[in-house]
Design a protein around this ligand. Sequence first.
Ligand code: 5RP
Length: 225
Amino acid sequence: MRSKRTDKEAALAAKRHAAQAAIGQIRHDCRLGVGTGSTANEFIALLPEVRDRITAVASSSQATTALLSELGFEVLPLGQCGTLDLYVDGADETDNHRRLIKGGGGALTGEKILVASSRRFVCIVDESKRVKLLGKFPLPVEVIPMARSAVARKLAAMGGQPQYREGVVTDYGNDILDVRNLSILDPVEMETEINQIPGVVTVGLFARRRPELVIVGTAQGAYSL
Ligand code: 5RP
């Protein structure tokens, strides 16, 4: 049996390999959107290698901006950058069609805005994030606080079991519901349906706009979906 330490080291190596491969996607004069989470953090740690090539925009005003600033990057507001050349971020799940669940870290709305503002979206994951069918990871839904119960009832009517993520307030002052047991057979349709519930800010399904590339890191290297 492998030790816990070895498993942890292998998981970290996988994230680093995916992050390193994503650095290779950065061209000169790149307006770069930077995501949130432990895999995105590995990517951020490598960004000093390409400091002279990038202008950075962050998906999360808290976590990502703080890390980039610590490394001496000026973080520009999206409004000053217009269309981004590239957005790099992790995910909680990816299927074989590169459709994702994101939002485990609570930054799904900023992430979706940056994805929609980017010419190219590259997702970086380790192999544990690969699934045949999306939905084992509870689906995050950001909601306006006054609509939380009403949205929860609609999600329950769709067959899900929504749970309020206690103690979490998003960058935009909203709540998050994590929804278990949804049968996500058609992720594009479900993304559309949930986004149309009044009070939903955004759902953590990234299926209508998928990444152009998913880089899967392993303990030995990386491959693409
Ligand atoms: C944050 C996200 C993250 O990308 C996602 O939760 C993956 O995080 P990690 O790389 O730590 O597993 O969507 O909102």
